[in-house]
Design a protein around this ligand. Sequence first.
Ligand SMILES: Nc1ncnc2c1ncn2[C@@H]1O[C@H](COP(=O)(O)OP(=O)(O)OP(=O)(O)O)[C@@H](O)[C@H]1O
Ligand SMILES: [Mg+2]
Length: 267
Amino acid sequence: MSIITVNDVNKHFADNHVLKGINLSVSQGEGVILLGANGCGKSTLMRSICGLTPIDSGDIQIHGQSMIKARQREIRAMRRQVGVVFQRFNLVGNLSVFQNVLYGALGGERLGLLGCMAPFASQANREKAMACLERVKLANKAEQKADQLSGGQQQRVAIARMLMQEPPVVLADEPIASLDPKSGREVMELLWEVTKERGLTVVCTLHHLDVALQYGDRFIGMLNGKVHIDAPRNEVTKEQLEALYIHEKAEEQDSVLNDFTPATAVA
Ligand SMILES: Nc1ncnc2c1ncn2[C@@H]1O[C@H](COP(=O)(O)OP(=O)(O)OP(=O)(O)O)[C@@H](O)[C@H]1O
Ligand SMILES: [Mg+2]
């Protein structure tokens, strides 16, 4: 069953046509890596899927429910089904690690109230927040201010916060772009482990092709606002994925890109 359905989605920023008729369907438990050169529209697509960027036309459905037709209250409920992990962690730096994770239970809203609400959080939620921190091996940092942690640790807190939310869908937009190679791999390993063990659906953008090839069950390659490649890992080659970057400004007549056909397996 399709958990994320993107149907003929278009998005402009002024006269910049950023998403040009995007169609996608992602099933439960799939781990999708979204690739493409700078500015091809990956983040815009991700932000549209989680309801942060309104689209011009087309439809986006989560669990078969249209994000476009939903009313404001329904949109809030739908957003709670989509956990996000961003490049810049998006933690509240002057709150404790524990409070940041507890905030995940509030569904990404009402940040300003958090300081006052945390002391009144239920015992069940407090225990759950600690369990999420234990899962990312940061229970010992619970009381520390979030901005005192290293980048890798902060991203692990962001993963714990996402787990707290218990979303069926996770969108990770360049989750390792701000990290050194070692921390980046640790975070990617953790993200994939926790989502696989819970059967979550993940769409993750990455710029590191070698890392991407280690994790993706399926690769979606965008080029100039369109889906150019959409294939399971055993049907796409590294060269085909690399071509997305080499030919980033290529127009449709470029024969290499027009020739994408599911092919031999990646190593
Ligand atoms: N809020 C905005 N206002 C105006 N233009 C925008 C906005 N957000 C994105 N764009 C433009 O839309 C296009 C796609 O941007 P987007 O951030 O989706 O690309 P991307 O594939 O995520 O790139 P990167 O790999 O650098 O993160 C770019 O031309 C960008 O300048
Ligand atoms: Mg981006």
